[in-house]
Design a protein around this ligand. Structure first.
Ligand code: GLV
Length: 425
């Protein structure tokens, strides 16, 4: 029996506790923490509780089909591994190990730009598809070379994250001395090193893996970019809509825009060539106080009108959360912390266990709902709070449309405006 099997591990929260015991505080809190008061992170997860199921009883569902397609690629279950920076600090060769577990489960692994294993090694480690997540760390030429390597490695989509004009204020990272620890200056590091000594098994594995990872996919003039705290790296990662032209020209394949919070940005993404958008607030790690992603999903779906695939991340801890997101219209979800806890707890076995927990939750939930295929999930299987049924969860109000105009943003489609007029008349 492995340490991630039942009865030790029954749910994702159990994997989180094992990761907490195995990882130094600075590493665990990097995964577990978020920006400012961490309100958005908590709400991302909590808001799933506001959605209630409406099952259909006495429906025979002996076989439940979890397969779906995303950007034309068939996946065995409707979840994708989200990009998680610094995964190599959680487990030796962490990105390869996580990608392999994703491939074995029949799904996609998304490699962060801020990762420790080279994209070609990550692609070679898995039978499954790999997406490459793009930050513009190091500038345009460095990003162009990264895109080229991702293309040559066989990555099938480019995920452009658009919510990092600066890094969010992750208070735990400051308190744990992240910046000081990567400074390389012994006296600066000294007050914070005890947290490593308290985790000797992690420390031994970390040293055997070559010590502090470099950003293996950000190749500067003199080689891979040395590890910097991720906040510092994100500071250089601003991407604007104007950049999409050269990104598209260089990539020439499907682009996913990650970090969409509003109908307007969903339209912008499509206008700039996105084939899919991820309704995401970066797991609450950037702008604290933005709405939880599940609440934003209907607004984004209404704006996208089927012109792009709509994915969602944030707060997924149970298979029932995945099912709720699909009932509200997401095509699939991305899991970040849920797989990172598994990686930190037990490497590949932990990631596989995280996926298996969610997979079996989804199957059970679907059987209890009386629904035989994830492609048949829809709003009829859930009840949402009355407040969600009004304007925010469908068509924006005329006031909101006016506000968008006042801010000089591109107005919504005529169809949405007409339907708001009809309703508000
Ligand atoms: C990286 O993208 C992070 O959120 O830490």
């Amino acid at each position: 029996m492995s340490r991630v099997d039942p009865p030790s591990v029954v749910n994702i929260a159990d994997l989180r506790l094992i990761a907490k015991k195995r990882l130094p505080r600075v590493v665990f809190d990097y995964i577990d923490g978020a920006a400012d008061a961490e309100w958005t992170m908590r709400e991302n997860a909590r808001v799933f509780d506001d959605v209630m199921f409406r099952p259909r009883s006495a429906v025979a569902t002996s076989n439940v089909d979890l397969r779906t397609t995303v950007l034309g690629e068939s996946i065995e279950l409707p979840l994708i591994l989200a990009p998680v920076g610094s995964s190599r600090l959680f487990w030796p060769r962490g990105e390869e190990v996580a990608a392999r577990a994703a491939g074995e489960a029949g799904t996609i692994y998304t490699l962060s730009t801020l990762s420790g294993c080279p994209v070609r090694d990550v692609k070679a480690a898995t039978h499954g598809p790999v997406w490459y997540q793009l930050y513009l760390v190091g500038g345009r030429d460095v990003a162009l070379a990264g895109i080229e390597r991702a293309k040559n490695a066989g990555c099938s989509a480019l995920v452009v994250t658009v919510d990092t004009p600066v890094a969010g204020m992750r208070e735990r990272d400051v308190r744990n001395g992240t910046k000081e620890l990567v400074s390389g200056a012994p006296f600066t590091m000294l007050p914070f090193v005890a947290q490593f000594l308290a985790r000797p098994r992690w420390l031994a594995a970390f040293l055997a893996d070559g010590g502090l990872m470099k950003f293996a996919n950000v190749i500067l003039k003199d080689g891979p970019m040395p590890y910097a705290d991720v906040a510092a790296a994100l500071e250089q990662s601003m991407v604007s809509w104007a950049d999409f032209q050269w990104i598209r020209d260089a990539w020439q394949g499907p682009i996913v825009v990650k970090g969409v919070h509003t109908a307007d940005d969903a339209r912008q993404s499509i206008d700039h060539g996105a084939k899919a958008v991820v309704v995401s607030n970066h797991g609450g790690r950037q702008l604290d106080g933005v709405a939880p992603t599940l609440c934003v999903l209907p607004e984004v779906l209404a704006a996208v009108k089927g012109e792009a695939e709509v994915l969602l991340d944030g707060g997924i801890r149970r298979g029932s959360d995945v099912v709720k997101a699909l009932c509200l219209g997401a095509r699939a979800v991305l899991i970040g912390r849920a797989h990172a806890y598994g990686l930190g707890a037990a490497g590949g076995a932990g990631v596989a266990r995280a996926i298996e927990i969610l997979r079996s939750d989804i199957v059970r939930t679907m059987k209890l709902l009386g629904c035989a295929s994830v492609r048949d999930l829809d709003r009829s299987f859930i009840d949402i709070p009355p407040a969600w049924r009004n304007d925010r969860f469908g068509t924006p109000t005329l006031d909101e449309i006016d506000r968008l105009r006042v801010h000089g943003r591109r107005p919504l489609s005529q169809e949405i405006i007409d339907s708001a007029r009809r309703r508000d008349r």
